[in-house]
Design a protein around this ligand. Structure first.
Ligand code: FAD
Length: 271
């Protein structure tokens, strides 16, 4: 913290380096200093505490992929992790780095939003907690101050029986998603008591598709309702066009992937 403060907001924390190093190589960022977090062992852990799972910011994506606690309590996070880059990237990349980097196509910001998690930030003025909805401001921009570190990620443990799925489409295996969708469904008989549906890559930040969730919570999870909710999902997003895909194509993918994610989540919940 003292080192970050010494540069008056013009230093960058180095976590796994999987996004920061390319930015430095391309001279897209030119900080006055780099503060390497890699030897701070106290920032890497996965702990179950009072109904939630706390993950230290420096926990590697590969550790998350194989954690028995994550497999049991946060299966959506585990499934999403398999979509993150390639093995060498997951071996270095961290959960804190991914959230602080805030790439709109990244999987972890969508999972944080779907599970209604929060992050703990620490800076010279003390600690504060930011909910998923507060953390992400726009493309590659969070509400963390330049002299603040993201130190912990807190995700409510998923209740046993909650159905979940992470679906995405990318042109090559390991690429960032063009669009990704995270879904969770909690069923009680034919009723859906809680639905969560969030996109990655269909806007500047993860988009929570509340009106689609409400349709499921009101009308259940039959095939017709899933179709309606997926169509509603596509109407709710406002993606940009870029060299990877047009806005229309992203909207189309949102509908297709939302339907797939909801069907798989429903299957798991029924099981
Ligand atoms: C070829 C390739 C493919 C990839 N594919 C995917 C993909 O499909 N999905 C995906 O999600 N990601 C993908 N990534 C990115 C990867 O997941 C990165 O690991 C991640 O985005 C950043 O994590 P990191 O730990 O490497 O952070 P770094 O690169 O070290 O840092 C990223 C940014 O976050 C800041 N930062 C890091 N830690 C903290 C902290 N604790 N507090 C405050 N600020 C912090 C840094 O200062 C920097 O600005 C890919 C990367 C590559 C190179």
């Amino acid at each position: 913290m003292a080192l970050l403060a010494r540069y008056g907001g013009d230093a960058k924390a180095l976590a796994g380096g999987q996004s920061l190093m390319p930015l430095l190589n391309f001279r897209l960022t030119r900080p006055a200093g780099i503060v390497d977090l890699n030897r701070i062992g106290a920032l890497a852990y996965i702990r179950e505490v009072d109904g939630h799972v706390a993950l230290g910011a420096m926990t590697r994506q590969r550790t998350i992929e194989f954690s028995p606690v994550v497999a049991r309590r946060l299966p959506l996070l585990r499934e999403a992790t398999r979509w993150v880059g390639h093995l060498p990237i997951r071996s270095r990349g961290t959960i804190g780095g991914s959230l602080a980097h805030a790439d709109p196509s990244a999987e972890y910001p969508a999972v944080l939003t779907a599970l209604e998690g929060e992050v703990l930030a620490r800076g010279p003025r003390g600690e504060r907690v930011l909910a998923a909805g507060e953390l992400f401001e726009t493309y590659l921009t969070t509400r963390l101050e330049p002299d603040e570190l993201l130190v912990e990620v807190r995700l409510p443990a998923m209740r046993a029986g909650v159905g979940y799925a992470f679906e995405e489409f990318a042109r090559r295996h390991g690429d960032f998603a063009i669009v990704g969708v995270a879904a969770t469904l909690e069923l009680a008989g034919d009723r859906c008591v809680r639905a969560r549906l969030v996109t990655a890559g269909a806007g500047a930040v993860p988009v929570r598709l509340r009106a689609a969730e409400e349709a499921l919570e009101r009308d259940g999870v039959g095939d017709d309702v899933v179709r309606v909710a997926a169509r509603r999902a596509a109407e709710l997003v406002d993606p940009d066009s870029d060299l990877h895909a047009s806005a229309d194509y992203r909207r189309h993918l949102t509908e297709v992937l939302a339907a797939r994610a909801l069907c798989r989540a429903r299957e798991r919940a029924a099981r």
